[in-house]
Design a protein around this ligand. Structure first.
Ligand code: GLC
Length: 447
């Protein structure tokens, strides 16, 4: 992968070489699959983490969720085990979402979990549990804050006025420089009180909008310098409005949408991760019904890897601290597939252009082992042709059970008419019955 090179004119957050950046991101590029967790007082409303904005609530009407937040069934170790079973290698938890509520013990605000009936630092418990289960640790932290009194009201704020003229009046007396200090203070706490943090997901900037916010509002340059200083190995997403800065971001985050090809920036392929929900919300949403099925979720994962990217798949635990049964079932099913097929995910990336992708398949490739993986999205009838592959393959098998797949040599071997195959094509002979795997994978050991 090309890592956007630091050129002389580019503005810089720090002096890291492209090679050093590649090394810093190596674990994440290898692991490919992580768990996103959106959890906070909004889980009690159970109708989207933006409920405060959607229903234009003020602090007082939102307070009932804070007052009743008491996740008595919270067992982060169970969450971690479930993530591991699904084949995930890292996890990212909301330390503070847009509502401004801290899921950790902060000195800089009373609006925090240690002041609820629950009374404990849930983030700390989470970090310990996930770390002990061997998962890498990431924090999501919202730049937006719908509670801080100095945060100026913008277009995304629950109290945004209908008329433009009213912004000025509403923001009189609000001082973003105080909020910027608060941001630095809380980020400092997160990056000093919980040991080594592997990933930071800062969310988000919207400078293009009238009454939006970006780099200057957050003090992004200084904030990012602080992050790099506190945890030099941490990997940071791209939502601070620092796209022109070398070191201002590490990976792109296409959200809830499928990329057509490996994303590029200024013509170079960049590290990327798509974040996706099981259904239409990040926070727990009881009545949302657009749940993706097992195959769709597997395709999301495989397709991301086939374009050189990662998948961060989200759960919204309930107010009692449990994983929604629908999410749990979905994760277990992904785990069934991953148990036998993870080798086509970990350490894999987009296949070299020289390999043609057969119809209804997705390819991934492991450059270290030099193996190619053909994911059969629509199981073919008895054979599949790999164009131009003759002489390039040493051995072939189904990945899930290591059963040999034979190359068909004689044209008459297969009963049905195959159409024409070129001399340098490989025609594989498959069992009639689809193996009991949602998406079967052929592993090719290349020469
Ligand atoms: C968006 C949403 C937010 C969610 C995030 C996940 O920025 O505002 O609710 O946390 O995406 O990427």
């Amino acid at each position: 992968m090309a890592f956007l090179s630091a050129n002389a004119q580019q503005k810089k957050i720090w002096n890291e070489s492209p090679k050093e950046k590649k090394e810093r991101l190596a674990w994440w590029t290898n692991d490919r699959f992580g768990l996103f967790i959106h959890w906070g007082p909004y889980s009690l409303a159970a109708r989207h983490e933006w409920v405060k904005k959607r229903e234009q609530m003020d602090d007082k009407s939102y307070q009932k969720y804070v007052d009743h937040f008491n996740p008595d069934l919270y067992q982060p170790r169970e969450w971690a085990k479930l993530a591991k079973t699904a084949g995930m290698k890292y996890a990212v938890l909301t330390s503070k979402h847009h509502d401004g509520f801290a899921m950790f013990d902060t000195k800089f605000s009373d609006y925090k979990i240690t002041n609820t009936l629950y009374g404990k630092d849930a983030l700390k418990e989470w970090v310990e549990a996930f770390r002990e289960e061997g998962l890498k640790i990431g924090f999501y932290y919202s730049l937006l804050d719908w509670h801080h009194p100095e945060y100026t009201i913008d277009v995304k704020h629950p109290q945004s006025p209908e008329n433009k003229e009213d912004y000025e009046r509403l923001n009189r007396g609000r001082d973003m420089s105080v909020y910027r200090e608060f941001l630095k203070n809380q980020v400092t706490e997160l990056l000093t009180n919980y040991g080594k943090i592997d990933l930071l997901f800062l969310d988000f900037s919207f400078p293009e909008e009238e009454f939006g916010k970006g780099c200057e509002d957050w003090g992004s340059v200084e904030l990012m310098q602080l992050v790099r200083k506190l945890q030099p190995w941490i990997i940071v997403n791209d939502r601070m409005d620092l796209s022109d800065y070398w070191g201002g971001w590490d990976f792109a985050t296409p959200e809830q949408h499928k990329v057509d090809k490996w994303p590029t920036y200024k013509g170079e392929k960049i590290p990327w991760e798509t974040c996706q929900t099981f259904s239409g919300s990040w926070g727990y949403y009881r009545d949302e019904l657009t749940w993706k099925d097992n195959k769709q979720l597997l395709v999301l994962l495989i397709e991301s890897v086939s374009k050189g990217g990662n998948l961060l798949l989200n759960v919204g635990p309930t107010g009692r601290g449990t994983i929604d049964y629908r999410a749990e079932n979905a994760l277990l099913k992904i785990g069934d597939w991953m148990k036998y097929n993870a080798r086509s995910i970990y350490g894999c990336t987009q296949a070299p252009d020289s390999f043609e992708t057969p119809e209804n398949t997705l390819l991934t490739y492991n450059p270290t082992t030099n193996r190619l993986y053909v994911h059969l999205l629509d199981y073919p009838l008895r054979n599949i042709t790999l164009k131009g592959m003759k002489g390039k393959v040493n051995y072939l098998q189904f990945l899930h059970d290591a059963s040999e797949i034979k190359i068909s040599t004689s044209k008459g071997f297969i009963a049905i008419d195959q159409g024409s195959t070129e001399d340098n094509d490989l025609r594989l002979s498959l069992p009639v019955n689809k193996p009991p795997i949602e998406i079967p994978v052929i592993e090719l050991f290349l020469n």
